[in-house]
Design a protein around this ligand. Structure first.
Ligand SMILES: Nc1ncnc2c1ncn2[C@@H]1O[C@H](COP(=O)(O)OP(=O)(O)OP(=O)(O)O)[C@@H](O)[C@H]1O
Ligand SMILES: [Mg+2]
Length: 345
């Protein structure tokens, strides 16, 4: 069932087209990640959903209720939508207990217990209840902001880069904890992030924004393996791109004959993810071989640069494990697993 529908939403600030005719659907109980470069319109999209901004055109519908139709709108506080903003924005004059308790009805008999439950949910220590926001780290402040938003029992939770202040290990733990909390409470969420790995691992649906436009939306797998264009491919991870000619479902390219997805013919550009390519040391002078020109030892993941025979292309960078790592100067051939993706022009 669809919980949220955005239809043709546009928003302009002076000369800047912050959002350009965006349409997106979010299924009830699901997790959506919105990714895109800085300034692509991610925060604007969340603010329009939350009701802090009105679209110039377009409609926002939540659970069958029309929230915005162009500038006509239901006010933010009546939408039942929680938001944790990029800045956190706690009340500086209230302590942690006061901040978390803010959204819970004054007369509620179990108010204190609910505050404690929320504090536990975001894995903060009870000793922090009497601290003010300025006595907390950035990451702790974000967790208080999340607990405060959860306290209102929203139908939809909007998270605008809530983990960006955390270091890598804590960030991953928090992301998983938040996903668990939201899932347990049955809350649908939209997470904005710069971090492609975070988006791919968090979401059921990833939406890519660029210059205010929705470039592509779909499952993490479909976007990673079949991105619409070069820029989207590179935004979601490393990629090897090669010119190719397609005949009968196979591409002829600098790596030899490679199976491809879709139905295409003629001159195209194909894409492989580096983990689809295996470097095999092979001193025989077979066609489609190459020579290792550089090896970057990176521990668990190493990078090998291979210059292919007889083609005027820059060396191909392949991620590989440190086991059986070739050396600089070695002759190699490249084995391909799975299908290459063909960009549709
Ligand atoms: N209130 C405003 N007034 C004028 N321009 C604005 C306003 N809010 C946003 N913009 C512009 O709209 C565009 C989209 O901004 P937005 O904040 O949505 O980007 P973002 O994708 O969230 O970026 P970031 O990743 O840096 O947070 C930017 O060019 C921004 O400068
Ligand atoms: Mg933003």
């Amino acid at each position: 069932m669809t919980l949220l529908t955005i239809e043709g939403a546009s928003k302009r600030y002076g000369q800047v087209q912050a959002l350009d005719n965006i349409s997106l659907e979010v299924t009830a109980g699901s997790r959506t990640a919105v990714v895109g470069p800085s300034g692509s319109g991610k925060t604007t999209l969340l603010r329009i959903i939350a009701g802090f901004e009105q679209p110039d055109q377009g409609r926002v519908t939540l659970d069958g209720e029309l929230l915005a139709d162009g500038p006509a709108a239901v006010p933010a506080h009546k939408r039942g939508i929680g938001i944790v903003s990029q800045e956190g924005a706690l009340f500086p004059h209230l302590d942690v207990a006061g901040n978390i308790g803010f959204g819970i009805a004054r007369g509620a008999t179990d108010r204190d217990k609910r505050v404690l439950d929320l504090l536990d949910m975001v894995e903060l220590d009870r000793g922090m209840l009497t601290r003010r926001p300025h006595q907390l780290s950035g990451g702790q402040q974000q967790r208080v902001a999340l607990a405060r938003a959860l306290g209102r029992e929203p139908r939809l939770m909007l998270l605008d880069e809530p983990f960006s202040a955390l270091d890598t290990g804590l960030r991953e733990n928090m992301r998983k904890a938040v996903a668990r909390v939201l899932q347990a409470a049955g809350i649908t969420s939209i997470l904005v992030t710069h971090d492609q790995a975070e988006a791919l691992s968090y979401a059921d649906q990833v939406a890519v924004l660029r210059d205010g436009k929705l470039v592509q939306a779909g499952s993490p797998q479909s976007l990673y393996l079949a991105p619409r264009d070069r820029e989207t491919a590179l935004f979601l991870g490393d990629a090897v791109m090669l010119p190719a000619i397609i005949r009968n479902g196979h591409a002829d390219c600098a790596l030899g004959h490679v199976a491809v997805d879709g139905q295409h013919q003629g001159k195209v550009e194909i894409m492989l993810r580096p983990e689809q390519i295996r470097v095999v040391t092979d001193s025989s002078e077979q066609p489609y071989g190459g020579r290792v020109v550089e090896v970057d030892f990176g521990g668990a993941t190493c990078t090998v640069a291979v210059s292919l025979d007889g083609v005027a292309l820059p060396p191909i960078l392949i991620k590989t494990s440190s086991v059986a790592l070739p050396s600089r100067g070695d002759r190699v051939r490249l084995e391909i697993a799975g299908k290459a993706h063909v960009f549709v022009r």
